[in-house]
Design a protein around this ligand. Sequence first.
Ligand code: GLC
Ligand code: GLC
Length: 839
Amino acid sequence: MQYGYFDDDAREYVITRPDTPFPWINYLGCEDFFSLFSNTAGGYCFYRDARMLRLIRYRYNNVPVNAGGRYFYLRDKTAYGDVWTPSWLPMKSVLDRYECRHGMGYSVISSACNGLAFSQLSFVPLGDTCEIHKVTLTNETNAVKNVDMFSFVEFCLWNANDDMTNFQRNLSIGEVEIDGSCIYHITEYRERRNHYAVWAVNSPIDGFDTDRQVFLGLYDGFEAPVTVFNGKSNNSVAAGWSPIGSHHIKAQLAPGESKTYVFILGYCENPEDQKWIRFNQNDLLTTEPPTKYEDGWLKAINKKPAEDLLQKYNTPEAVDGALAALKDYWKNLLSRFTLDPLSLPRHGDKNMARMAGVWNQYQCMVTFNMSRSASYFESGIGRGMGFRDSNQDLLGFVHLVPERARARILDIAATQFPDGSAYHQYQPLTKRGNHDAGTGFNDDPLWLICGVAAYIKETGDYGILDEKVPFNNDEKLSDTLFIHLKRSFDYTVTHKGPHGLPLIGRADWNDCLNLNCFSKTPGESFQTTANYESGIAESVLIAAIFAFVGYDYAEICRRTNRIEETEYAEKEIAAMIGAIDQHGWDGKWFLRAYDAYGKKIGSRECNDGKIFIESNGFAVMAGIGLEDGRALKALDSVKDHLDTKYGIVLLQPAYSEYHPELGEISSYPPGYKENAGIFCHNNPWITIAETRLGRGTRAFETYAKICPAYREDDSDLRKMEPYVYSQMIAGKDAPCYGEAKNSWLTGTAAWAFVSISQYILGVRPVFDGLLIDPCIPSDMKGFTVTRHFRRADYHITVDNSAGVEKGVKSITADGKKLEGTVLPVYGDGKIHKIVVVMG
Ligand code: GLC
Ligand code: GLC
């Protein structure tokens, strides 16, 4: 069944019933302030760091699911005092109409009940640190309506981890200040914080509440707040316990009349020496620090930043202006790569256009911003920015805002150690490496080369290589970014095992292949425990990644006249490929690894885990075995052993029992996550590998299987949002085969976008320009793509009336025949018409 539809013209997904198989969310904000916003107004927001600076409370693992959000309660005196929540939750109200539109950085919930229409437009405006909620009430009856509206947010005491654990302290520290229609959440402002939250509305109010227990009742939930049923706020002032913000507004609406209110939930900071204002009886204000108080002076928080913010969005017109600016921003971003749906007459290809042209890129922005920190599956307190994750996220983002990708690269590189290894994660606020997650994931360093190469191919900016970047955030240990890349490369060269393959360390891309862990203690982290530093366990995947990114490294060296380094790199790549040839091939596919005893993993000799997806994908991506038929064999084996209706599973047969020598991978029940789940992230590696073989039909098939839009009408089984990728789909060994989980924050977004845009449609940035190399199903007659690339726009029409899967017969650029398949760098700010004929 479908729970909504794509409105392609509006670039919105329209959810038509609130009881989706899981909360279907959107992300608001694309700079420093971010919100998770579900189709029933659930979720939370934070400034830069979901753990340290969270504004409102959200209860993970709650019953029922999705508890906490920005809620409005309506009470209609003219409808027998009926009370409802127009966003359906938290009351699960019976609504006459309901719709939620998730758009690019905004969402609109509209509903109706008792003849009263409601709409809530929510977004984070560009350049400001707040959520705006524009709420409109419309009387759709012929009689006057008297309505009570109550707003509701529950504040988080900033540190989301403490907020859910350290009750002995935080039930005593909550503080608020109320000023007119503004509710300030000022917990800890008295001491070391210089920031507060404001929850305000642009109209007079008829009351407020800031104490949760008073508003809801101690034994009542969000679904039954006593205050709303009573129809009257209590003007409670929170002192400790759980501060909330609730406004009471009495609205009288004539027949047909609408009233609009602007609610703002903002994050405000003051300079340390301007935290307070003091005033005396004559209302004399000064912003001198409180140490100079004399008797008779009162002090209050400095509200200036909040007042400025509220002033800015004081009217519906101002809000509409900010929304228009946001829409323009996205229109502009998404114009950098477009896929014309009208150029895709095949049935079903509209899904490709809406995903590649809109939603996949949108998700890439979200993964770039969030890494794996905050989603409905990532609590925002556990994981910061991943070294490997963020480098891969760049791949799908760099064409959108290259300058931000550049800054990110420098941040990531600064968490690298002088020997080339890296902190596995870093915290977004401090940009410091995370000690808990530590280091020792031996694939990490290579992803930096991958990210930087993608950035240079996109922009031609070799200058980034000369940027001075600290190691381990220590300025004294700075060197050029190029040296960082070299250390990455050398780290692999200098950390090899008995077969000349890279040592795996704690894990490689597959976080759960923990070959030195040997954990027998429940709860011990599989990732950070190494009970046995074997110095033996090796990864064929890292070897293949090394070959793949190594070519780019060598090419970067060559193009920057580092001739000796180029030769050295080429020699090392050759040696690595030699090791794969000799010790990484199992007869019909590539091996996955050697364990700490030197035993094969991912071999026909194994009982379980005979064949894995990752090494096969990456080895063929790196071109290994293309000439001698092994690549073809490997991908055929992947198809024979790992392919399913919903995507390619990670391995087969699934591990049926726990193996201490393998680690977390064997801890999952068969069919889930890394233990033979369809781990979507690496499906595009097979797609890309297939294009290297020129099998366009198969490449497209692997693309479409995990692409969520193609399963829109299967939402009861799939469960997750049909407009974004999920990390995982349960594999064929799982009871819930086909059910997706962990939507939004996954490397799948970037790789899926790379696979469709660069390898299937084949418009691929390379060092010299834009390579045209499509590999499509033979019955796809052609397509039209526009691509903004290095300051020019390429309007590319591909004609496949020949019905081939791969091969370019001719290219004309602005009417002139072009030699070769690389479009030149025009850099002239103009539109160039490119006509490609396949054959
Ligand atoms: C998760 C992690 C990623 C890892 C993958 C496979 O997506 O974020 O770093 O590569 O799982 O284990
Ligand atoms: C990755 C894996 C997950 C594992 C986690 C540990 O995200 O996908 O299965 O639990 O890493 O950090």
